[in-house]
Design a protein around this ligand. Structure first.
Ligand code: XMP
Ligand code: MG
Length: 183
């Protein structure tokens, strides 16, 4: 669906479908150069990264395997709990692989810093992060993200994989959810 279809439930469109398409092409070109000749594995973090993974992987001009991990640090609310739980582990042995974690958003950074440590302990050759979105002012811990799509304000956003209570993931753009929806 498009922002116009739910204009009563959002306040602002922060990143459009077109912005995302252009940015993914740009980052895919960088990744293709940075990982040329390397054993790259994309790891998507379910469920928020499903859309960005699908579009990003297809923007890459090379053969690349994808794996998925499901962790939860949020529940159904809008605040990070800081407690990370593995709901689905990788199917792949990442030992000696160059792992690129594909994430929807870095908010507090707690989820990714936990994941980075976890992957490092499994003996990956390298672990880097591509986050489509980042909220710089919400950071509680610093996360080194090699590739970042867009820095956005500290507001709860939905769309392009991001949900509120499992809804709005199928919005094509990234938008700020209207407060009346969750208050
Ligand atoms: P942290 O705070 O650990 O959060 O960096 C990472 C995960 O929390 C979810 N998240 C959001 N989901 N709108 C959402 O729909 C948001 O504004 C938002 N902020 C964080 C997301 O799943 C992310 O992977
Ligand atoms: Mg979520």
């Amino acid at each position: 669906m498009r922002a116009a279809d739910i204009s009563d439930q959002i306040t602002t469109v922060l990143v459009t479908e077109e912005d995302i398409r252009e940015k993914l092409a740009e980052i895919a070109a960088r990744v293709a150069v940075d990982y040329a000749g390397k054993d790259l594995l994309l790891v998507g973090v379910l469920k928020g990264a499903v859309m960005v993974m699908a579009d990003f992987a297809r923007a890459l001009p090379m053969v690349v395997p994808m794996d998925w991990m499901a962790v939860s640090s949020y529940g159904s609310g809008t605040k990070s709990s800081g407690v990370v739980q593995i709901r689905k582990d990788l199917d792949t042995d990442i030992h000696d692989k160059h792992v690129l974690i594909v994430e929807d958003i870095i908010d507090s950074g707690l989820t990714l810093s936990w994941l980075l440590e976890n992957f490092a302990s499994r003996g990956a050759a390298s672990v880097e992060v591509f986050a489509l979105l980042r909220k710089p002012e919400a950071a509680k811990v610093h996360v080194e993200s090699k590739y970042v799509g867009f820095d956005i304000p500290t507001e709860f956003v939905i769309g392009y994989g991001l949900d509120y209570d499992e809804k709005y993931r199928n919005l094509r753009d990234v938008a700020v959810l209207a407060p009346h929806v969750y208050s």
